[in-house]
Design a binder for this molecule. Structure first.
Ligand SMILES: [Fe+2]
Length: 480
């Protein structure tokens, strides 16, 4: 009799805990996206149009050129001959008071020979100012503009867009056009740019070129901060091309030296009220490696009184409950997560998984391989982890999530989209994930992000209310 009562109580407990779990756990969206074909847009499409004029500059793109936002690196390609390396620029249209000289280089990749890759740093600019610039020669010259960010200030407002795994399909185009409509001022690209490595031989270079023309409509006018993904590695022994990141590095420069980095693959910048740390998931990062030592030093340089918002971007997510790439980020979690908690990173953006997912504030820093603690737990000092690998490349969606949804996962959905993070002041930022919804822009997941340094008391209350219940039932269940 006693054992029957005991079994009955266990069953009742299980049912109650499952109920609690359902109530307080995360959400797996039931939105089913009707599939567009995930194929690359044909090369003769107008989105890849080659600009008119002999040797006209193409694939124009800019990125931040210094640590604090007073510099811009301008890059472009001339297809026939090197031509001019000069950038003419000024604060009024068609009236360029200044010039800067850049450099040019090209490369071969198996039987592909690149155009001439130009790079020019324009430095010592005024903050919060619109600059017009012109590149190219004679009738083939082309002009663009960009807006410098406000000076480093804790209350500076600024709107970032987050795009991952973009590629060059019709889904990519939908994401890209929605991003442009968002009015964001700078892109944080979390890696996997062109997907040119899905091709072979000569076409790999050709698809890097088409991607460069594809994103020019935005990337020539506002900085894109790039992160490397696995599709940038291009380790191709069958073509005798074995230098990792070769094509990417010729085409996409970063201001790495300004943050004391010794590699373009990891670096940091400060922009308005944000300190942005860019990591490489595919470079060594364990203890004693250059990336590890650099990050250790960079975190010590963060001053939340000047830049309250601490953002980390990487390619492979640390928390991911999708079947695709499950636990690929675990090794980086083991090495870096304790710093993310120690330095109270606000948010970590990643890509790689072709779906959307957002976590609660949790950490697994007490994990111990010899026993004891082994679960992510609510942690008020931990970042929110967001996976935005849903740009729309030719590999399609990662539509199989693991079940049950782990308690650390707040919201997940397998469809295409992009995110925006609109910093309002030193305490609040508005976050949106915008599902493409077959060509329409739909804001699907939104919340107010409270700053980890300036909004401690409010954040603590929210954590207690929303998150503690979300994890406790699972821990109890495992004891049962
Ligand atoms: Fe990836």
């Amino acid at each position: 009799m006693a054992s029957m009562i005991s079994r009955f109580l266990v069953i009742i407990s299980y049912v109650l805990l499952r109920f609690l779990n359902d109530v307080h756990g995360g959400v797996t969206s039931n939105f089913i996206r009707s599939e567009f074909p995930s194929v690359d847009i044909l090369l003769d499409n107008e989105v890849f149009a080659i600009p008119n004029g002999y040797n006209a500059p193409q694939q124009v793109h800019i990125t931040q050129g210094d640590y604090d936002g007073k510099g811009v690196i301008i890059m472009w390609v001339t297809p026939v001959e090197p031509g001019s390396n000069q950038v003419r620029y000024g604060t009024s249209e068609k009236n360029y008071d200044f010039t800067a000289e850049g450099t040019v280089k090209n490369y071969t990749f198996y039987n592909y020979t690149s155009g001439y890759m130009h790079e020019c740093l324009v430095n010592d600019l005024e903050y919060d100012t619109k600059y017009f610039y012109e590149i190219g020669e004679g009738d083939s010259a082309r002009s663009f503009w960009f807006q410098t960010p406000p000076k480093i200030d804790p209350n500076a407002s600024y709107k970032f867009g987050i795009i991952g795994d973009l590629g060059q399909t019709y889904n990519s185009l939908s994401t890209f056009e929605h991003y442009i409509e968002s009015g964001a001022q700078t892109v944080l690209h979390v890696g996997d740019l062109s997907y040119a490595d899905r091709y072979k031989y000569h076409d790999m270079g050709v698809r890097w070129d088409s991607y460069g023309r594809f994103v020019e409509k935005s990337a020539a006018y506002q900085p894109w901060l790039w992160t490397v993904g696995n599709h940038e590695i291009e380790y191709e022994p069958y073509m005798d091309e074995v230098v990792p990141f070769k094509q990417y590095l010729y085409r996409y420069s970063t201001p790495y030296a300004a943050s004391g980095s010794t590699s373009p693959l990891w670096y940091a910048v400060r922009r308005a009220s944000a300190h942005i740390i860019v990591l490489s998931s595919y470079s060594p990062y364990v203890k004693y490696t250059p990336q590890y030592k650099w990050l250790e030093a960079e975190f010590k340089k963060v001053d939340r009184k000047k830049t309250p918002w601490l953002i980390v971007i990487m390619h492979s997510p640390i928390y991911n409950s999708n079947n695709a790439h499950y636990m690929e980020g675990e090794s980086m979690r083991v090495v870096f997560e304790s710093w993310f908690v120690q330095y109270k990173v606000d948010v970590v953006f990643a890509g790689h998984v072709h779906a959307y997912e957002r976590s609660y504030r949790i950490s697994n820093i007490h994990y111990n391989v010899t026993g004891g603690a082994m679960y992510p737990v609510p942690d008020k000092s931990a970042p929110v982890y967001i996976t935005v690998g849903d740009g729309g490349n030719q590999e399609g969606l990662a539509s199989r999530f693991n079940y049950p949804q782990p308690n650390y996962s707040a919201f997940r959905e397998a469809s295409y989209g992009h995110s925006t993070l609109e910093i309002m002041n030193k305490t609040h930022a508005l976050y949106h994930w915008n599902r493409n919804d077959d060509g329409k822009k739909v804001a699907t997941d939104s919340f107010v992000l409270h700053n980890q340094y300036w909004n401690k008391s409010l954040r603590g209350r929210k954590l207690k209310k929303n998150y503690v219940h979300a994890v406790v039932p699972t821990l109890e269940l495992n004891k049962v």
